[in-house]
Design a protein around this ligand. Sequence first.
Ligand SMILES: [Zn+2]
Length: 132
Amino acid sequence: MPELPEKQLQQFEQRLRSRREELRDIIHAELANSPEQNYSELAGMVHDAGDESFAELMRGINLTTRARELEEIQDIEAALERIKNATYATCVDCGDAITFERLDAYPTAKRCITCQSRRENRRGGRDTTPSL
Ligand SMILES: [Zn+2]
């Protein structure tokens, strides 16, 4: 069973946690800047033209940015969960070890490079039932 040395595991856990804090700060800062406020400012600016769609568009952009950060937080949560369950660094598709180099580049990776590129090459080939 491929496993990372405890020490490396702890380092990844640290990295994941601090990245999560970072993302939380970003999202908090964005919330503090309040998209609603931007929206009403923007809405005021374009009010006379009756151009609500522009404000709507800007609002959509804000939401998209935040969605990406929220998605990353979810990936991090999932990775921390795998650390807890001792399934971190194990490919969810084939059960092989995910290399240290890959994890170093993508600490939230849940597939080995072989399975990942296979998925990217032909989408939906195999289902993703984790092999135990
Ligand atoms: Zn794999």
